[in-house]
Design a protein around this ligand. Sequence first.
Ligand code: NAD
Length: 400
Amino acid sequence: MPRPTIGIWLVGVKGGVAATTIVGLCALKQGAVDDAGLVSQLPQFRGLGLADWSRFLVGGHEIRDVRLFDEAMRLVTESRVIGRELVEACRAELDLIDQRTRPGTIRSVGPTIEQFASAGVPREESPRQAIARLQKDLSEFQQSHGLEHVIVVNVASTEPPLDRSLLPASWPELERELDGPAGGRLPASTLYAIAALDLGLSYINFTPSLGSSPPAVGELARLRRTRHMGCDGKTGETLLKSVLAPLFFCRHLPVMSWVGHNIFGNMDGKVLNDPVNKQTKIASKDRLLGQILGYRPQTLVSIEYIESLGDWKTAWDHVHFRGFLGTPMTLQFIWQGCDSLLAAPLVLDLVRFTELAWRRGELGALTFLASFFKSPYEVDQQSFIHQFQMLEAWAGRERG
Ligand code: NAD
């Protein structure tokens, strides 16, 4: 097997999405699973020269002092979503990733996330010190494994929202103010993004947290001739919204209201049970309907933590729309998906497409990845099929 040359650095490396991504990558390397759920394996992306799974090596930042193997086993014993033999076969790799894990930062993540942090996570460092420490970890990972490039993917818990207008608009201003009031507001996800982009590494934000979304951080990406994309992986209810809303638009069926109730019980659900952290997710889930329909129907998005459901997310949506002669009609759907298993293949796809974008020297926001996100950076187009065509068009250009 060829030596790994590309690093995947997962922020939140012991969480549910991360553990599933790692077990999935390990199983793919072993040829133990097929490619269901992996977009990059579709025929239209063949011949692009996407990197083989054997090329990737995983490390990461984490705030909880737990063993990755134990976290992965929770997918077997608690969520019952994957077979024990799959995790057992990856045990050696999971133990190695424990050794490649470094303490993260909990700057401005709010009390709900802070409570999970173990004693080894620094609490007194300034934003500038935190960035320098994270960069040291990233550089050591890259150098000690002789990696050509590292892609940092944020799969950590969802932070409380921050009004971006409170931040300086340009990178030089934000850089100057890192240890001032602006820097003090920056949540951990943005410190990780700055750390990665400043080193010229690629950064992907799979969460709705602020990450690299402030314009000043986008400018940093361009200045350092690197790339980034986000945010918030589109895996379930919102994916369906972005497929179904265009139907109502194209058939001229005015939507009067769209109500979505989401229940699930994993650790992500526990964090989102905090009304402040929940606000970030709800804003991300609610945004796209107005953009697709061109008007804002009455909407309600609820997210409730129901412990017994574990990783199994259930979404029930009720869409009330008006037909010919003003007759009200209803569409209802129930989506029952295993959250981590929906997310993990997308993380692997994102890494693979980003790696190719790095080899081809693409810079700034990778807008061709819009179909993977609920709130894609610099893209107004929210219809899933149009976003997917953007990915296909990019592949066509890469090939051509
Ligand atoms: P999780 O709670 O299982 O995992 C999050 C991990 O991040 C935990 O191990 C936690 O200790 C760690 N963490 C928290 N703050 C950190 C910090 N500042 N630095 C380093 N590590 C930190 O959650 P999950 O189900 O794996 O989801 C991960 C993220 O992905 C969440 O923000 C979630 O909203 C987002 N997301 C998930 C899905 C999906 O699962 N289908 C879809 C879209 C987005």
